[in-house]
Design a protein around this ligand. Structure first.
Ligand code: SP5
Ligand code: ZN
Length: 334
């Protein structure tokens, strides 16, 4: 399968994240890329599509914030990576604020998504990899793999979180619509709910969002991904959340997958974007499902059974020693 990735994505390399009360090494590190490329072989360099596709999803003010925040942080004399320490109550009121600390809080929702020197560049090229994979699929490939990193599915239109800054899957889905695909489905099978993607398309009837993930009652991102979130307005019914308990292994995952695929098949999509996270793996250090490496191939075969042109976008997966094999397994099924 054609695979797209830019070495510039490595420029995003924060040092630490806040986890359970302590600063610990950043889990979403460039070594993840090394592990995947070692298993797959070299990837194709993405074409530069510029900022225009990104701005279809993300407002200019947020994009400018991502570009300038690290420089402002350094100019304020701060060491290390930029991160918020105060957040507004969500949507409290629109304010234009000067200090980088205020802006970091306005454009984020957690403390595990620091901005490092290369965060904008890495995020930008991660989206370009997704757009180049989309080009391949729009050009007739049955499936393509965008080796995105940093991941994207926790990023909303104007917020970062969950190691995500720009939402590559959402940008790709929106560009597919702009290219004339009338309806697009997004299937998110990362361990964590894709709250950013859901938020972006919540009120849209032309993009179906289905997610299988750990129950947010016990797992990040807590405030999204509950089964009663089904879309609003024109998007009523075009969001499907299938939360599963910690410990879920292949049989229960497969049952949820069949439900998601039945819903997607009924939506009459012309293209599928699959947000794939390998953090459903039994050995993942920050997650608690129990999928085995060999399970990813039949999961992909069932998804491929939809018969839709499919862009696979990399999201999470932190068991680095198994990551290459897990990605190879899932790609073997498409
Ligand atoms: C894309 C994705 O999978 N994002 C996951 C974000 C989860 N963040 C909350 C859990 C943070 C755990 N950090 C553990 C670090 C250990 N070194
Ligand atoms: Zn995840």
């Amino acid at each position: 399968m054609r695979t797209f990735h830019s070495p510039l994505q490595r420029r995003h390399a924060p040092e630490k994240e806040l986890h359970n009360g302590a600063f610990v090494p950043f889990a979403e590190h460039p070594g993840r890329i090394d592990a995947i490329l070692e298993a797959l072989g070299p990837a194709e360099a993405p074409r530069d599509h510029g900022e225009e596709p990104i701005l279809r999803i993300h407002p200019r003010a947020y994009v400018d914030f991502l570009k300038s925040a690290f420089g402002e942080w350094r100019a304020a004399g701060r060491p290390g990576d930029a991160g918020a320490y105060v957040w507004p109550v969500v949507g409290r009121r629109p304010l234009t604020l000067d200090r980088v600390d205020a802006r970091l809080g306005q454009y984020s929702y957690d403390a595990s998504t620091p901005i490092a020197e290369g965060t904008w560049e890495g995020s930008y090229w991660s989206v370009q990899s997704a757009l180049s994979g989309l080009d391949a699929v729009l050009g007739g490939e049955a499936a393509a793999f965008a080796l995105c990193r940093p991941p994207g599915h926790h990023a909303g239109a104007d917020y970062m979180g969950g190691y995500c800054y720009l939402n590559a899957a959402a940008v790709a889905a929106e560009v597919a619509i702009a290219a004339g695909r009338r309806r697009v489905a997004i299937l998110d099978i990362d361990y964590h709910h894709g709250n950013g993607t859901q938020d972006i398309f919540l009120d849209r009837g032309d993009v179906f969002f289905a997610s299988i993930h750990a129950d947010p009652k016990t797992d990040y991102p807590f405030y999204w991904g509950h089964a009663d979130e089904r879309g609003i307005g024109a998007g009523e019914g075009a969001t499907l959340n299938l939360p599963l308990p910690r410990g879920t292994a292949f049989p229960a995952f497969e049952t949820a997958l069949e439900r998601a695929l039945t819903a997607i098949a009924g939506f009459d999509a012309e293209l599928l974007v699959c947000s794939f996270g390998a953090d459903t793996f039994v050995g993942d250090p920050i997650s608690f499902f129990a999928l085995e490496t060999a399970d990813y191939a039949p999961i992909a075969r069932r998804i491929a059974g939809l018969g839709l042109p499919t862009l696979v976008v990399m999201e999470g997966g932190y068991a680095v020693e198994a990551l290459g094999a897990n990605v190879r397994s899932v790609l073997s099924g498409f």
